[in-house]
Design a protein around this ligand. Structure first.
Ligand code: PLP
Length: 469
C-alpha cells in the first residue's frame, strides 16, 4: 500500500515512510492510494477476534511494510487488560434495546485518544530503533491531549517529550495526570501564561527549520495517519458487539472536533463495514455541523472559538476534514487544492447545490450540535435513566445521536472521556463529585515533576536543547 498527499505534491511512499510525519511536504495530508476492501469472509473471521488480533488484522492492511510478526507483537503489547482495564479493551454497555455506549476512555489518560496513541508510541519506538534515529516530541496542551501523548511515550527509547501547558490554568486532576509522571524522558513545561502563549512558543520553535532538523523535533498531532488507522479498529470491534449477522447495519454517534475519530469511521465504512450512519456531534463550535447542514465549510478566527464545557471539541477548523473532502471531490487532488486555496484566501468555501455536496449522502454522514444546557440535561438524563455517569463530550454525542436514531438500527454512542476529568461540569449537572476509576483516587497527592517557565520561546528552546534526545 502506498500513501499519497491529498494535494498530489508528494511522491508515493510506504507506511513506514509516513509513520513519523505530520503534514505532507505540499501542505496536504497523507492517505492511502486506495482503501483496502474486505471480503465477506474477512468480516466473519474478524467477528471472533480479540481486540489485539483485530488491531493486527486491520492495521496490517495499512502498515503492510512492517513484518507481520513485529506488528502482531506490538499490537499484543498495546491492547492489554492491564492498560485498558478489560479483555474487551473497548467494552460496550447496553443502555436500552438498540442503544449502546462504547467505552473508549478506559486507557491510562482516561480519554479515547489513548487507543491510537498507545499503539503509536510503540510503533514510533520500533521504527526509531530500527533506523537508529531519535525524536523529540514538542507540543502544547490545554489539559487533555497532552496527557494522552505523555502516557503513550513515557519510558520509550530514543524519544523525549516536551509538553507545554498553561501553569495553574488546568483542573487539579488534569495537571496531576501530567505532572505526576516521573519518567526521565517526559518534560512538563508549565508556562506562566495561557494556552495561546504555549501555542505561540510551539509555532516559534516549529518555524525554525534549522533547529527542528538539528534536534529532530516532531509532533504527535491528530493528522498522523497511523492514529487514524488505529482508530478504525474499534468501529469493527463495536460493530461485532452490537450485531449478530455480518450484513446487519449499525450507526455510530461521535463527539467530534478535529474529525479524526469520525473519519476513522468513514474509513471503516469504505473498507466494507456495514455502517449505516456516521453521526457527527459538535458543541457550540459547530464548524462541522455547519458544513453538513449548509455545504459551507467556514473556519473560525481564534477569537470566535468559544471555551465550552466540552473543551476537547473547541476547534476553529477540523484538521482531518481535508481527508474526507478528498473523497467528496472524487479523489481529485487538483479540485481539492483549489478548494483549500479558496479556504486560505477567504476562510470559507461553499458547496451547496454541487455534485460534491450531493456525495455527502452516499457517505452516510449526518450532523448536529449541542450546547452547555444540552450537556447538563443529557448527563442528568443518562444518570437518572440508566445509572451511568458520562462526561460532557460523551453527552454531546448522545444528545445528537438520539436526534438521528432510526428504529431497528443499533446506535453506538462513543464515550470519549471519563467524567472524572470534568468534575466541575459533573457537579453542576448532578450536584455531586464524579466517580473516580480505580487507581486514580489519590492522583492529586502524588509528587509532581514540572519546570515552571516564563512565556518566552528562547528559554523554552534552551531547555529543549539541554535535554533533547
Ligand atoms: C479529542 C477529543 C474529541 C474529538 O475527537 P476528534 O478526533 O478531534 O474529532 C472528543 N472528545 C474527547 C474527550 C477528546 O479528547
Amino acid at each position: 500500500m502506498r500513501y499519497v498527499s491529498t494535494r498530489s505534491g508528494a511522491k508515493p511512499q510506504p507506511f513506514t515512510g509516513i509513520l513519523l510525519e505530520g503534514l505532507a511536504p505540499d501542505g496536504g495530508l497523507f492517505l492511502p492510494e486506495e482503501f483496502p476492501k474486505l471480503a465477506p469472509a474477512d468480516l466473519s473471521a474478524m467477528r471472533r477476534m480479540s481486540y489485539a488480533e483485530l488491531a493486527f488484522a486491520i492495521v496490517s492492511k495499512f502498515a503492510d511494510d512492517i513484518p507481520a510478526d513485529d506488528l502482531k507483537r506490538l499490537a499484543a503489547a498495546t491492547y492489554t487488560k492491564t492498560l485498558f482495564g478489560s479483555e474487551d479493551v473497548t467494552p460496550v454497555k447496553k443502555l436500552e434495546p438498540d442503544l449502546y455506549l462504547l467505552g473508549l476512555s478506559n486507557g491510562p489518560s482516561l480519554a479515547f485518544k489513548d487507543l491510537a496513541l498507545q499503539l503509536l508510541g510503540n510503533l514510533f519506538e520500533y521504527a526509531l530503533e530500527k533506523h537508529g534515529r531519535r525524536l523529540n516530541v514538542v507540543g502544547a496542551t490545554s489539559g487533555d491531549t497532552g496527557s494522552s501523548a505523555e502516557y503513550a511515550l513515557r519510558g520509550k527509547k530514543n524519544i523525549r517529550v516536551f509538553m507545554l501547558s498553561p501553569y495553574g490554568r488546568m483542573s487539579a486532576f488534569q495537571a496531576a495526570q501530567m505532572y505526576s509522571l516521573q519518567d526521565a524522558n517526559i518534560f512538563n513545561i508549565a508556562v506562566r501564561g495561557v494556552f495561546d502563549d504555549c501555542q505561540d512558543i510551539i509555532k516559534a520553535i516549529s518555524g525554525d527549520f534549522a533547529f527542528k532538523a538539528k534536534h529532530r523535533i516532531g509532533a504527535v498531532n491528530s493528522i498522523n495517519w497511523a492514529r487514524v488507522a488505529a482508530q478504525v479498529v474499534y468501529y469493527f470491534k463495536a460493530y461485532f458487539a452490537v450485531t449478530r449477522r455480518d450484513a446487519e447495519p449499525a450507526s455510530f454517534s461521535v463527539p467530534s472536533g478535529n474529525f479524526g475519530n469520525v473519519y476513522a469511521g468513514h474509513v471503516a465504512r469504505s473498507m466494507g463495514l456495514p455502517i449505516r450512519t456516521l453521526i457527527v456531534a459538535t458543541n457550540e463550535n459547530n464548524v462541522l455541523e455547519e458544513f453538513f447542514r449548509t455545504g459551507r465549510y467556514r473556519v473560525r478566527k481564534a477569537a470566535e472559538v468559544k471555551a465550552t464545557s466540552s473543551p476537547s471539541m473547541d476547534i476553529s477548523k477540523s484538521s482531518n476534514f481535508e481527508r474526507y473532502a478528498y473523497d467528496l471531490v472524487g479523489r481529485d487532488p487538483f479540485r481539492l487544492k483549489s478548494l483549500w486555496a479558496e479556504l486560505d484566501a477567504n476562510g470559507v468555501f461553499a458547496l451547496a447545490g454541487t455534485e460534491i455536496f450531493r456525495r455527502v449522502a452516499d457517505t452516510g454522514f449526518v450532523s448536529g450540535s449541542s450546547t452547555h444546557a444540552d450537556r447538563l440535561a443529557t448527563i442528568r438524563r443518562v444518570w437518572k435513566d440508566y445509572g451511568v455517569m458520562i462526561d460532557p463530550h460523551t453527552a454531546d454525542g448522545i444528545k445528537v445521536g438520539l436526534e438521528h436514531r432510526e428504529e431497528g438500527v443499533p446506535l453506538v454512542c462513543m464515550e470519549t472521556a471519563q467524567p472524572a476529568k470534568f468534575a466541575e461540569t459533573i457537579r453542576e449537572a448532578l450536584g455531586r463529585d464524579p466517580i473516580r476509576p480505580a487507581g486514580f483516587e489519590d492522583l492529586e497527592k502524588l509528587p509532581q515533576r514540572l519546570e515552571v517557565m516564563d512565556a518566552d520561546a528562547a528559554s523554552v528552546r534552551r531547555h529543549i536543547e539541554r535535554h533533547a534526545a
